[in-house]
Design a protein around this ligand. Structure first.
Ligand SMILES: Nc1ncnc2c1ncn2[C@@H]1O[C@H](COP(=O)(O)OP(=O)(O)O)[C@@H](O)[C@H]1O
Ligand SMILES: [Mg+2]
Length: 255
């Protein structure tokens, strides 16, 4: 069953088309990875779907409802169902872990302090953390910050979760922990997961389906099991990390 669909989604900044007529549908409870080089519009795509940027053209259908032009009021409800783990964790530096994780609970639910304490404890346990409620983000490692951010994101039990580069910048072991968590949340809490990543290895490991963005276009879309034998030239080049193929390589590029 479909949970989210974008139709002819387009977004330009000045004259520069970042997302160019993308149509794509996501299935309930799948793990989908949208791959692509830096600067191909992956984060912009997520921001469009999350209503943080407005598309120039196209429609976004979430759980059967057209949310493209949803009001701010409507978005309050939609945001309970759709979470996002931002690239940089984006914890509030001036709030401790308890305040960070309980942020959405405080915003959206009318529950007692005792209940909040209990919920935060459980949420932290879900991401493998304990007894750090009083600490501030600056006192945590990068991996712990990611996990706290994840606990905060799942507080309202969203149906759909976006992960923007969830393991970029993490050491391999911490990355493995985050990947296991994404899988667990997908299985246990039935959270549909849309990951944005430029890491091919992890993408192949974790996803049911993968898409490849290039210059604002969706140039490949495959089931994970078909990737290895795919004839798609873009996909082949991206996976092999080759300089030869339809993806233009600028050697002077520093990013
Ligand atoms: N708010 C913005 N205003 C202008 N240009 C932007 C904005 N956000 C992103 N861009 C540009 O859009 C392109 C894609 O960005 P982004 O989606 O962040 O790439 P990535 O695939 O690395 O996540 C980049 O060239 C970036 O500079
Ligand atoms: Mg990005």
């Amino acid at each position: 069953m479909e949970i989210l669909r974008v139709e002819n989604l387009s977004k330009a900044f000045k004259k520069f088309k970042v997302i160019d007529d993308i149509s794509l549908s996501f299935e309930k409870n799948e793990i989908f990875t949208l791959m692509g080089q830096s600067g191909t519009g992956k984060s912009v795509f997520l921001k469009l779907v999350l209503g943080l940027l407005k598309p120039d053209r196209g429609r976004i259908i979430f759980q059967g409802e057209d949310i493209t032009h949803a009001s701010d009021q409507a978005w309050i409800e939609i945001r309970k169902e759709m979470g996002m783990l931002f690239q940089n964790g984006a914890l509030f530096d001036s709030l401790n872990v308890f305040e960070n994780v309980s942020f959405l609970l405080t915003e959206h639910l009318n529950i007692s302090h005792e209940e909040k304490v209990e919920r935060v404890y459980k949420l932290l346990m879900e991401v493998g953390l304990k007894g750090i409620e009083e600490l501030y983000p600056s006192e945590l490692s990068g991996g712990m910050q990611k996990r706290v951010a994840l606990a905060r994101t799942i507080a309202l039990n969203p149906a759909l979760l976006f992960y923007d580069e969830p393991i970029t910048g993490l050491d391999p072991i911490t990355a493995a922990v985050i990947i296991r968590l994404i899988r667990e949340l997908n299985k246990k809490n039935k959270i549909t997961s849309i990951i944005v990543s430029h890491s091919i290895k992890t993408s192949l490991e974790i996803s049911d389906r993968l898409g490849l963005l290039y210059r604002g276009k969706l140039v490949a879309l495959e089931e994970a099991e078909d990737i290895k034998n795919s004839k798609n030239k873009y996909l082949k080049q991206f996976i092999e990390g080759s300089t030869k193929g339809p993806i233009e390589v600028f050697l002077e590029e520093t990013v």
